[in-house]
Design a protein around this ligand. Structure first.
Ligand SMILES: O=P(O)(O)OC[C@H]1O[C@](O)(CO)[C@@H](O)[C@@H]1O
Length: 622
């Protein structure tokens, strides 16, 4: 552990918002020390979060927010010469990747950087332990190994290394065989697969969507479409768009757990479409999931075309470099090995333990400064390149599902997180940049700049000396300057071109920044307990719907039919406290021709009387 003696103690006059995340009860402190003592004797048993716990303990001795607030009072550097010096001094360049990071428009002070240094050293240590195979997701008892996917030699066992290598080989071979027509659909006139329909949600969709938008060639060997929701109209639309090409569609069903309801529903809907078209789904289905999941077993028993593994130690939101992202990408003709090279080069660069030479650490430093380490400002991500449109959407899950946590690793309530949104420049200039420039000051911006406007040989001057791309460049620079002039901070990430390599690098860059930031804030970035509450509540709504149907069915089977008021339905369901939900259930079913008749006015719930149009004596709803 680096010494903390130089750190500033908290000042009572600058009461930190941060206090709420720094309290460590004596018993927890004892636990954390015991844990790290154990870890010293056996590095394999070290959980990365023990290092983060140490940081948390450090945080209780100091108060960065106090320093931070005081420094912020000084405002941002406005003197052009000093600002240029700051720009040059802090500019990070990755020569081989052609990637730059400019943090000069974030106002952190040298003093703040010095204060943060020991914490960064602890965060680097935590990341090192994580990469060595520590249980970095303690709640779920899992290792966190997405970094091994792009450099299998780093995997903590030869078993895992072989698994990674074999999967990559299998993905490449399968993609080659599909593209060449060696693996083909049974009844397509084209004689080969022409379309991919990817069914998955969250981390099992966002990476493939981002990469397809960023990298798919104009005429890919297979075009991709996505079903990433349980919206029936959305699903119908995707299937309708495929039309007769359903016969040459490879359906890739992606779900780590293999039991996500939206994905299951998407699969059932697609299978129905196949049946109706007289097609055999199994001959066109591929599953990407954990071994022995429900999805895996279904695919195996039904004899789908192929199955690829998702590993326990890869989280959904960091799975783009696993089969989840690589298979769809390879099928679209995207160079996946180059994506892996880019990611691996970025991983290497972000292992550096010198803050100034580690771009992910610099990014985390900026986030910490800009958001006071508690998410007090939102991250607006603005790529000035259409093909990177979905980057902010991808980052939204990566950052918000990772950092948005109620409790820290020591069980303190912290309600951490950073809100992410954005689309693309300069389009957003004509939407919400007005508010960013002049309205509520609750954000910082990340500009993503792509230097190459067009492939060589295609450019032309639409006015003397000025190309279309010059306008895009001008808009980015102009917006950056205008925001800064009004004390709005920004980061700029620059890449030469949008290539497989640079996209792989960008993904790895943000993955590492999230990991480091999580360590700085003592957060478990690799679980998502909050999502469960919504899923559980949705399950309860559907269970209630079945009870409502059973009650209505019973009343509707009477002679004469007994229409029920909402209160009566709620009482008979033994759920008077859920009367509002029962009203919503009835409203939804009535709007969807579900043999349910609601007499009265939906706008006056007390006037409603409900019964089923058809009584079904055999039906068991409950
Ligand atoms: O891949 P799965 O298991 O279907 O999960 C999809 C997504 O759902 C979540 O678990 C949230 O519910 C995400 O973390 C995940 O990426």
């Amino acid at each position: 552990m680096a010494s903390l003696s130089g750190l500033c103690s908290s000042s009572p006059s600058l009461k930190p918002k941060h206090n709420r995340i720094t309290k460590l009860t004596p018993s927890l402190r004892k636990d954390s020390l015991a844990f790290s003592a154990r870890s010293a004797s056996n590095s394999k048993l070290v959980a990365a979060h023990s290092v983060a716990r140490e940081i948390s303990a450090d945080l209780s001795k100091t108060n960065n927010v106090g320093v931070l607030k005081q420094a912020k009072k000084g405002g941002l550097e406005k003197d052009p010469k000093a600002l240029w010096r700051r720009y040059v001094d802090w500019l990070y360049q990755h020569k081989e990747l052609g990637l730059y990071l400019d943090v000069s428009r974030i106002g952190f002070s040298d003093e703040f950087v010095a204060e943060m240094e020991p914490r960064f050293q602890a965060a680097f240590k935590a990341m090192e332990e994580l990469e060595k195979g520590a249980i970095a997701n303690p709640d779920e008892g899992r290792m966190v190994g997405h970094y091994w996917l792009r450099n299998a030699k780093l995997a903590p066992s030869s078993f895992l290394r072989v698994q990674i290598e074999n999967t990559l080989d299998a993905v490449c071979k399968f993609a080659d065989d599909v593209i060449s027509g060696k693996i083909k659909p049974p009844s397509s006139p084209e004689g080969r697969f022409t379309q991919i329909l990817s069914v998955g949600i969250g981390g099992s969709a966002l990476g493939p969507q981002f990469v397809a938008e960023a990298l798919a060639p104009d005429n890919p060997p297979l075009k991709i479409r996505f079903i990433d929701n349980t919206d029936p109209a959305g699903i119908d639309h995707q299937i309708a768009q495929l039309g007769s090409e359903l016969a040459s569609t490879l359906v890739i069903v992606i779900s780590k757990s293999g039991g996500t309801p939206e994905t299951r529903n998407g699969l059932l809907e697609v299978q129905k479409a196949f049946r109706e078209a007289g097609l055999e789904f199994a001959k066109q289905g591929v599953a990407i999931t954990q071994e022995n999941s429900l999805l895996d077993n279904t695919a195996r028993i039904e004899g789908w075309v192929a199955r690829f593994p998702m590993f326990d130690w890869v989280g959904g939101r960091t799975s783009e470099m696993s089969a989840v992202g690589l298979l769809p990408a390879a099928l679209q003709g995207i160079d996946i090995r180059e994506m892996l090279v880019g990611a691996s080069m970025m991983d290497e660069a972000t292992r550096c333990t010198e803050l100034k030479n580690n771009p992910a650490a610099l990014l985390a430093l900026c986030w910490y400064w800009a958001t006071d380490g508690i998410g007090s400002k939102d991250m607006v991500v603005l790529p000035y390149k259409d093909s990177l449109l979905l980057f902010s959407r991808y980052l939204q899950q990566l950052v918000m599902e990772s950092l948005g946590k109620e409790f820290d690793l020591d069980g303190n309530r912290v309600n951490q997180g950073i809100t992410v949104y954005g689309n693309k420049g300069s389009t957003d200039q004509h939407a919400y940049i007005q508010q960013l420039r002049e309205g509520v000051h609750n954000f910082f911006v990340t500009f993503i700049e792509v230097l190459r406007d067009r492939p060589p040989g295609h450019d032309w001057e639409l006015e003397p000396g000025v190309t279309c791309g010059d306008y895009l460049f001008g808009m980015l620079q102009g917006t950056r300057s205008a925001l800064y002039a009004n004390n709005r901070e920004s980061i700029t990430v620059t890449v030469q071109e949008v290539t497989s390599r640079s996209v792989g690098a960008l993904i790895a860059f943000y993955e590492r920044a999230v990991g480091i930031y999580a360590a700085l804030t003592n957060i478990n970035a690799y679980h998502q307990p909050g999502v469960e509450a919504g899923k559980k509540a949705a399950g309860e709504v559907l269970a209630l719907q079945k009870r409502v149907l059973a009650v209505l069915n019973e009343a509707s089977c009477k002679e004469p039919v007994e229409p029920l008021t909402l209160e009566e339905v709620a009482d008979r369901c033994h759920a008077p406290e859920h009367i509002e939900m029962i009203y919503k259930i009835i409203e939804h079913m009535a709007a969807n021709d579900r043999a349910l008749i609601a007499e009265g006015n939906c706008g006056s719930p007390h006037s409603l009387k409900v019964f089923l149009g058809e009584c079904n004596v055999d039906e068991m709803y409950a």
